[in-house]
Design a protein. Structure first.
Length: 119
């Protein structure tokens, strides 16, 4: 399944993984999310309500283009730069950017994005 993230006349296409956390995110769509920059490496947002992460897979390498949930905060983010090269068990993988990562890299201010299923 794929989703589209639209903001500021830009489009990011994300291939979603098949896991329990991803299914919960998909169930929220279509929706608008307020994103902000974090640590000069990722764009983050909060969910409108907490997700049940009990059965979600834990662990991924934090590389550019990965969509994830950060379990300590329960928020969602997308890395636009590589963050590390080792497995991070605090991350739940949701998907990976297929196209448009450059728009996230160049977005310098907070922004509202619409997320919707496209396939």
């Amino acid at each position: 399944m794929k989703i589209r993230m639209s903001f500021s006349n830009n489009e990011v296409v994300i291939n979603m993984y098949d896991n329990p956390a991803t299914k919960q995110v998909i169930a929220l769509l279509p929706a608008e999310f307020q994103f902000s920059d974090f640590a000069g490496e990722e764009k983050i947002t909060n969910f409108p309500k907490p997700l049940n992460l009990n059965d979600a897979p834990r662990g991924m390498v934090a590389t550019a283009g990965k969509l994830f949930i950060y379990t300590p905060w329960g928020n969602m983010g997308i890395f636009y730069k590589d963050h590390g090269h080792t497995m991070d068990k605090s991350l739940i993988p949701l998907g990976e950017v297929e196209s448009g990562l450059e728009y996230l890299r160049s977005q310098k201010t907070d922004f509202k994005a619409k997320l919707e299923i496209i396939k």
